[in-house]
Design a protein around this ligand. Structure first.
Ligand SMILES: *[C@@H]1O[C@H](CO)[C@@H](O)[C@H](O)[C@H]1NC(C)=O
Ligand SMILES: *[C@@H]1O[C@H](CO)[C@@H](O)[C@H](O)[C@H]1NC(C)=O
Length: 195
């Protein structure tokens, strides 16, 4: 595994947390020492009770799973349709347009000329769902909860397959499945911390 995973190419997003309760100057009823403020680490983006990080280094699903673990997070598990919509929208705005160049090789053509060929990673983002142990039995890798395909809102997953789930750029980031060794980007998720 590469150790340059710290090099996430993420814009730094600064969060402001507003503690005011009303819109038009309604007084805050509880003193601020009762209010817990939660934050995401630098580089992560907050949505509800989670912090998200795009890993723009490409890897297989299992490596992506391990990389998220190293960062004390998990390969994202999509629990609600709001979360699904948020991640899709976030990727539409910030996701990589293309696969990453993995290697270039030269081959000789029919007429003795040499040609360059580029091998790129797949332009998608791994999420935590997989059916590696048993074809057609889909679980989120970390929590081992069953994948609810109605939340993912996708009919593009071959649910009888033994593979891994990803969000497909070419398909407006709807969930699809691919062999788990496919090289692509990934999304990590962790809980915010309390300050
Ligand atoms: C203030 O805090 C108390 C105790 O935590 C809670 O029961 C109450 O609903 C809070 N009031 C408001 C307006 O948030
Ligand atoms: C779905 O997966 C099963 C099991 O791997 C495979 O036999 C079948 O051909 C796949 N169907 C499609 C449409 O790819």
């Amino acid at each position: 595994m590469q150790l340059d995973v710290m090099n996430f190419k993420m814009p730094l997003i600064v969060f402001s947390i507003f503690l005011a309760s009303g819109i038009h100057g309604t007084p805050i009823s509880n003193s601020s020492e009762n209010v817990e403020t939660k934050r995401c680490p630098d580089g992560y983006t907050r949505f509800k009770e989670s912090c998200y990080l795009l890993n723009n280094e490409v890897s297989s699903w299992i490596e992506a799973y391990q990389i998220c673990n190293i960062f004390d997070s998990r390969l994202v598990e999509v629990d609600t349709s709001e979360e699904n919509t948020f991640i899709q929208g976030y990727l539409k705005e910030h996701g990589q347009q293309k696969g990453q160049l993995i290697t270039t090789f030269t081959y000789r053509g029919n007429y003795g000329n040499s040609n360059q060929m580029e091998y790129k990673s797949f332009p998608g983002y791994w999420i935590g769902g997989q059916s590696m142990e048993l074809p057609g039995h889909w679980y989120w890798g970390k929590s081992m909860k069953k994948v609810d395909f109605s939340i993912l809102g996708s009919h593009s997953v071959n649910i009888t397959d033994s593979s891994c789930l990803f969000l497909d750029r070419a398909n407006l980031y709807l969930a699809r499945n691919k062999p788990c060794y496919t090289m692509m980007y990934s999304v990590c998720e962790k809980a915010p911390y309390t300050v």
